[in-house]
Design a binder for this molecule. Structure first.
Ligand SMILES: Cc1ncc(COP(=O)(O)O)c(C=O)c1O
Length: 422
């Protein structure tokens, strides 16, 4: 049997090993995180604002580390990426009657956070980069639009030049959802530090992780104080020297143990980025010829140098071709995946946000769509370009733990599968 026989047809798989688990920061956890956690446990100071002895807060240290690294004045550590989005929106004063534009391709939490503050999400198209299309946002602006949330999905920076210019023209606030792209940059600026507020997640899938957790960055003292008051009803720094009226918040405080883990994880960022970027570069180079010959295009890059490189995505000509390619790649031991299928529920695509499309609220009397200033209508096909692109996308994880051999075999396997296409 020729080495070009597809594994799906009984040939030998091009890749010897399946991909390593795709938890970039999570897979790096070792004695350093253990020691950091033990140090906190032994100090018995598990709470950011007080504890026995003279220890300082790890949460405060983490906030300073993020703010300093990314050149922002204020940081707020919270319990999740979703919490950081909710705090950002409350920080900006977004609420009932307001509309916030979110992209068609993002985890449902982006839209969920908008609903949580009583505003309504409006969905816009993504472009060939699978990221917010500023031109389509412009079509969706109404007199009630207050903010937009560009999302740096699957590690890559959105086109922040176009987005910021459009937002400033229309006087809209920009909240960057950087949950999936911690470490990405756009033209040398950190994603999450370009808009009015930036949000990160430390959930286990993310680049850097403490299992759960989130971070908010801003230069705006008022926004930060409002966000901080919302994240902590009892204490916080803002209540000591408020520049805004005191407000009643809830509790999204990050525990000290999580901050200790995140401080170690932050030191791993450069290594992770270097390794993922090198592997992605090799993969794209190794596929350049076959993709060109087969008329297959890669996901467009708004700033290739700033991509965290957690994945490689290319577009085939149809959903059916995508299904065949993905099945064949999996047989070669390559962890390929799809990004959208009509009948496979995945909360990363608006068309599957059932509770939102149906405008279902938590209580009989109050849901954001009733408080909206106009009738909001959603439908499954409202962003056809996004569904077309996502449906034709083939997604490959780029783990930092892929060996050179794994990368070479991945290139060989993808070449084999794409060459077999008619
Ligand atoms: C794009 C995006 N936004 C927001 C979130 C929410 O983050 P978390 O799970 O930490 O609440 C996630 C991750 O789950 C995400 O992928």
């Amino acid at each position: 049997m020729s080495s070009q026989t597809l594994a799906i047809h009984g040939g030998a798989p091009a890749k010897q090993q399946p991909d390593p688990p795709m938890y970039p920061g999570g897979m790096m956890i070792d004695h350093e995180e253990e020691a950091a956690v033990l140090e906190v446990l032994r100090s018995k100071r598990l709470f950011r604002y007080y504890g026995p002895g003279n220890t300082t807060s790890k949460v405060a240290e983490l906030e300073r580390a993020y703010a300093d690294q990314r050149g922002k004045k204020y940081a707020l550590a919270v319990t999740s990426g979703t919490a950081s989005l909710v705090c950002a929106l409350h920080g900006l004063g977004i609420g009932p009657g307001d509309e916030v534009i979110v992209p068609a391709f993002t985890w449902i939490a982006t839209a969920g956070a908008v609903i949580a503050v009583g505003a309504v999400p409006v969905v816009c198209e993504v472009d060939e980069s699978l990221l917010m299309d500023a031109a389509d946002v412009e079509q969706k602006i109404t007199p009630y639009t207050k903010a937009i949330i560009p999302v740096h999905m699957r590690g890559a920076p959105a086109n922040m030049d176009a987005i910021m210019a459009m937002a400033r023209k229309h006087n809209l606030k920009v909240v960057e959802d950087t949950a999936q792209a911690n470490g990405a940059t756009f033209k040398g600026q950190w994603c999450g530090a370009i808009g009015d507020v930036g949000c990160y997640s430390f959930q286990f899938n993310k680049m850097l992780t403490s299992g759960e957790g989130g971070m908010l960055l801003t230069d705006d003292r008022v926004v930060w104080q409002r966000a901080e008051m919302f994240h902590d009803v009892i204490g916080g720094e803002s209540r000591k020297d408020p520049v805004v009226d005191e407000l009643c918040g809830i509790n999204f405080r990050m525990p000290e143990l999580l901050a200790a883990v995140n401080l170690v994880q932050l030191r791993r960022l450069d290594w992770l980025l270097d390794n993922m970027r090198a592997r992605k570069r090799m993969i794209k180079e190794g596929l350049a010829d076959v993709t060109q010959r087969k008329g297959i295009t890669f996901r467009a890059e708004n700033d290739e140098a700033g991509d965290t490189a957690i994945c490689t995505v290319f577009f085939v000509d149809s959903v059916e071709t995508g299904d065949r390619v993905i099945e064949a790649l999996r047989a070669e031991n390559i962890g390929a995946g799809d990004l959208y299928r009509r009948h496979k529920r995945d909360y990363h695509v608006y068309a599957h946000w059932e509770p939102i499309l149906a405008q279902r609220g938590w209580s009989a009397g109050g849901d954001p769509w009733r408080w909206a200033n106009r009738k909001i209508e959603y439908d499954h096909d409202m962003c056809p370009r996004s569904l077309d692109l996502l449906g034709r996308a083939v997604h490959l994880n780029v783990s930092p733990l892929l060996t050179n051999e794994d990368v070479e075999e991945t290139i060989e396997g993808v070449n084999k599968v794409l060459n077999a296409l008619a």
